[in-house]
Design a protein around this ligand. Structure first.
Ligand code: PLP
Length: 330
């Protein structure tokens, strides 16, 4: 079938099953990096735009403003094209530079938050404030506010349908990253509607405050809620069976290991989810078909998590992670 719009290419992503033979289980990787904007966020971005248009809050020819670490912004830059809408992304220096350049290449306007933030510090509160201010001051502008926007979790309904079809409805567990909580809530709820026994494990970076642990800066991009920010209203804790934390080293070393051993380039947050999924399979907490969504691809992080010097200078190299993975996948 020949499509006429790039937006029609969102979804329909493939699934890769990696056997974990010792535990009679399979790591099911839903390759969301194959979406046109390179992440699962293309789905929720389109959902937020169409929902705002349907409600009348946003008009064709209007302006959309969003605070984004990059992937939501890329998804929005794509989604607005069909409706002649201008897109303004509010970013901080924590965002991967390549993601910002992609947004710009797609016609997005970039606004950096002012202020002196360390590179492992997310200026998310400042970003939200500036986005809200811009939406107030630009005529016809709407702040998408993904953390509190119900169209964010709702945007994953089709992903759930695809997963159910691809696995004949047999998903025993879902291990997902949690930032706004939109994907975790949307996917976990959807899978549980299909099979109420599906176990949902939410993974946040060490230093993120979603599960009540102490906050401190972390390098994982796009995931977690940093200290000073409030957990998104879209996160439904009832959809989660267990909240766990992953270190930056575990996340990044896993992404490097997966690249070297499978040929699949995944981003850092996905590396963290894969590490925790394999750990949960290894300890017997879950078994069977265990779903992890490949949120985005490693191509967006070649200068950071796939660069040994960058990792070494920040003390993020840890050979123990590869040893764990080798044992778990043996
Ligand atoms: C790379 C990456 N991982 C994880 C997440 C978290 O997803 P969610 O906001 O659905 O919790 C995001 C969100 O922007 C992301 O960009």
């Amino acid at each position: 079938m020949i499509h006429t719009r790039v937006s029609e290419l969102v979804g329909g992503t493939p699934m890769l099953g990696i056997p974990v033979r010792a535990k009679n289980s399979t790591l099911m990787l839903k390759i969301e990096k194959n979406n046109p904007g390179g992440s699962m966020k293309d789905r929720m971005a389109r959902s937020m735009i169409t929902s705002a248009l349907r409600s009348g809050r946003l008009k064709r020819g209007g302006v959309v403003v969003e605070s984004s670490s990059g992937n939501t912004g890329i998804g929005l830059a794509l989604a607005v094209m069909d409706f002649d809408i201008r897109f303004v992304a509010v970013v901080d220096r924590h965002a991967a530079q390549d993601k910002i350049e992609i947004m710009r290449a797609l016609g997005g306007e970039i606004r950096y938050v002012e202020g002196d933030y360390a590179e492992d510090e997310v200026a998310v509160v400042a970003r939200q404030c500036l986005a809200a201010e811009l939406a107030e001051s630009i005529p016809g502008a709407v702040f998408m506010n993904q953390s509190d926007n119900p169209a964010n979790p709702a945007g994953y309904a089709e992903l759930v349908r695809e997963v159910v079809a691809q696995t004949d409805g047999r998903i025993d567990a879902f291990v997902g990253c949690v930032g706004t909580g939109g994907s975790m809530t949307g996917i976990a709820r959807g899978l549980k509607e299909h099979n109420e026994w599906t176990v949902a494990i939410a993974v946040e970076p060490v230093g993120s405050i979603i599960f009540g642990r102490p906050g401190r800066p972390y390098y994982q991009s796009g995931t977690g809620t940093p200290q000073g920010d409030t957990v998104g209203q879209v996160l439904d804790y009832r959809s989660i069976d267990k909240g766990v934390q992953v270190t930056d080293s575990q996340a990044f070393e896993t992404a490097r290991y997966v690249a070297r051993h499978t040929g699949l380039l995944v981003g850092g947050s996905t590396g963290g989810a894969i590490y925790k999924a394999l750990e949960a399979i290894h300890t017997g907490f879950v078994s069977g078909n265990v779903l992890v969504v490949v949120v985005d691809g490693g191509e967006k992080y070649l200068h950071t998590i796939f660069n040994e010097q960058w990792l070494g200078e920040r003390g993020l190299l840890d050979p123990q992670v590869a040893a764990d993975l080798k044992r778990w996948l043996a």
